[in-house]
Design a protein around this ligand. Structure first.
Ligand code: PRF
Ligand code: ZN
Length: 370
């Protein structure tokens, strides 16, 4: 993969670049909508493209369980299977398996767990994760890592981060299609500064197309995430993409980009759409609220997405109240448009060297500054 740095902000570590992948060029910083089960919930690929999506994320764990990677491979790979011809990043399954709590057992070999669907015993190792991701044919494959819980003891973090390094070496050996697929390593180390530094150096000493920061945005306050990012990005190579995994509120996105992050993903915009929460230029709006009953204005006065061009708050509220399927689609169209447009504005602000000014203006309007 070629990663071209185009512009560095003069006041912060924010940067704008281009990531050239087999299925297309991605403008960074970028937000990746999540399509866990080979679909970004409620959206067709054409709609996603219209909203400005350039790359999406899917999950090894879920696709391994259903429909199984062999079926996806027979279909011609994940791109063909789901009719999305732009880049796809697949997460390794590590994080998803760790979210299963008591249903899993970690050993040096890998992770044994019970399927959340039928309780069957399954096993994923670094080699297995790469084998699955190879069959899926994603443009970016994530290394199989251990994301430690928050909070976790120092000893726990030390053990898990070194295991993550050994697992990365095994992933690298199992990585075959180096022409078309890019393997990213993942830095762990919890919230311990010295461990983050040690692990960043360790992971980045293994030559790979890109690197991610894992184990953040797991319930810690934003100030702690910022501290770790401030620190850890200094040990990541400048000429390769940096990815903060699982980050998706406007606040966490701005703060990540400010600290030199190029990529992020989160279920947030699609998930909150399905409970009727809209992100707007003036902050979050809970559409089911009674005060919108006779509000015939646009959901977001400053948005020109399909939803905001054609429907009122009162209509959206009605759809949610009677549980109509269109409600989820319209809210998802708006929230994804909002976040993707925000990232586009962020990128332009970096190119024009007014990132902090744009951040301040956004925060004031959104309600982050009191
Ligand atoms: N590792 C992996 N996926 C992830 C995370 C991680 O640490 C996170 C943590 N924010 C989200 N998704 N493999
Ligand atoms: Zn809108």
């Amino acid at each position: 993969m070629e990663f071209e740095l185009i512009k560095k902000d003069s006041k912060t570590k924010a940067r704008a670049g281009l990531m050239k992948l087999k299925h297309g060029v991605v403008e960074t910083p970028i937000f990746m909508p999540v399509g866990t089960r080979a679909t970004v919930k409620t959206m067709t690929p054409d709609e996603l493209k219209d909203l400005g999506a350039q790359i999406i994320l899917s999950n090894t764990y879920h696709l391994h369980l259903r429909p199984g990677e062999d079926i996806v491979q027979k279909a011609g790979g994940l791109h063909k299977f789901m009719n999305w011809d732009k880049p796809i990043l697949t997460d390794s399954g590590g994080f998803q398996v760790f979210s299963l709590g008591e249903m899993r057992k970690i050993t040096e070999e890998g992770v044994e767990f019970r399927s959340h669907i039928d309780g069957l015993k399954l096993f994923i190792s670094p080699e297995k994760s790469i084998e699955i991701q190879t069959k899926l044919g994603s443009d970016i494959m994530m290394a199989f890592d251990e994301c430690a819980p928050y909070p976790a003891s120092r000893e726990y973090i030390i053990n898990s981060m070194h295991r993550t390094t050994r697992w990365l070496q095994r992933c690298k050996e199992a990585w075959t299609d180096r022409e078309n697929q890019n393997l990213f390593g993942i830095i762990q180390g919890g919230l311990y500064k010295d461990l983050r530094k040690e692990h960043a150096k360790e992971i980045c000493s293994i030559d790979l197309p890109g690197y991610a920061v894992g184990g953040l945005s797991v319930g810690e306050p934003v100030e702690l995430m910022n501290e770790v990012l401030d620190y850890v990005t200094d040990y990541m190579p400048e000429n390769k993409p940096r990815y903060n995994m699982g980050v998706g509120t406007p606040l966490y996105l701005f703060e990540s980009v400010e600290r030199g992050i190029d990529m992020a993903d989160c279920v947030l915009p699609t998930r909150i759409s399905r409970n009727g929460t809209l992100m707007t230029s003036h902050g979050r709006l809970v559409i089911k609220n009674a005060k919108y009953k006779e509000d015939f204005t646009k959901p977001d006065p400053e948005c020109d997405c399909y939803t905001c061009r054609h429907y009122s708050r009162a209509y959206l509220r009605h759809l949610f109240n009677v549980d109509e399927i269109l409600a989820y689609r319209l809210a998802t169209i708006h929230n994804l448009t909002f976040l993707l447009k925000m990232m586009k504005n962020i990128r332009e602000s970096i190119l024009g060297d007014y990132f902090l000014e744009y951040k301040h203006e956004f925060y004031k309007k959104y309600g982050y500054l009191k």
